[in-house]
Design a protein around this ligand. Structure first.
Ligand SMILES: [Zn+2]
Length: 179
């Protein structure tokens, strides 16, 4: 007979396993709520887990930390957006100058550096989370740049070109490197 607990969607299954492991819900409660036969939870928790509850707890911690990091990254991007607004005002007053483009490029590079530092500080985060963070960051920066420079496509190209030369070969921080 197949185990109905195992049949649950992965995320739901894992979260339910964690709550049961932490004693937040009783076996009876879970079984009643899901309409499972009595003993389903005990059997599943004893025999069907493909990881230890300790491993699961660690995964949960890492996930929480990656969310914290993401929040930090987002607040940095908020600040950067403020600076870009200032640059935008400056553009309206002084027009687009080479210096302006350099400032905008530098700003983006600074943001890159800050976020890399955040990544280093959060060494508990796995490579997957960093990749996720990197994706989020690049998407957010692209949005900001397009927002600010949407009417100036040639400048976008110029900044993109300058960014290419600034890009580090890799943003992934391996645990061995920083421990
Ligand atoms: Zn099971």
């Amino acid at each position: 007979m197949t185990c109905p607990f195992c049949e649950l969607e992965d995320r739901l299954k894992r979260s339910l396993e964690m709550r049961i492991h932490r004693g937040e819900i009783t076996h009876t409660h879970a079984e009643t709520k899901q309409g499972w036969p009595v003993g389903t939870v005990a059997e599943h928790m004893d025999q069907h887990l493909d990881y230890t509850p300790e491993e699961a707890a660690h995964i949960e911690t890492v996930r929480t930390e990656s969310i914290d990091t993401l929040n930090t990254a987002e607040s940095l991007l908020q600040r950067m957006m403020g600076w870009l607004d200032e640059l935008e005002d400056q553009k309206d007053i002084e027009g687009i100058t080479t210096e302006w483009v350099q400032n905008a490029t530098r700003l983006v590079a600074e943001c890159n550096k800050s976020l890399k530092l955040v990544g280093t500080l959060k060494k508990e985060i796995g490579v997957d989370s960093q990749l996720f963070l990197q994706d989020q960051r690049e998407a957010a920066m692209a949005r900001i740049l397009v927002n600010v420079l949407g009417s100036q496509p040639h400048l976008l190209n110029q900044i993109e070109l300058q960014m290419q030369t600034l890009k580090a070969p890799t943003h992934i921080i391996e645990l061995e490197d920083i421990e």
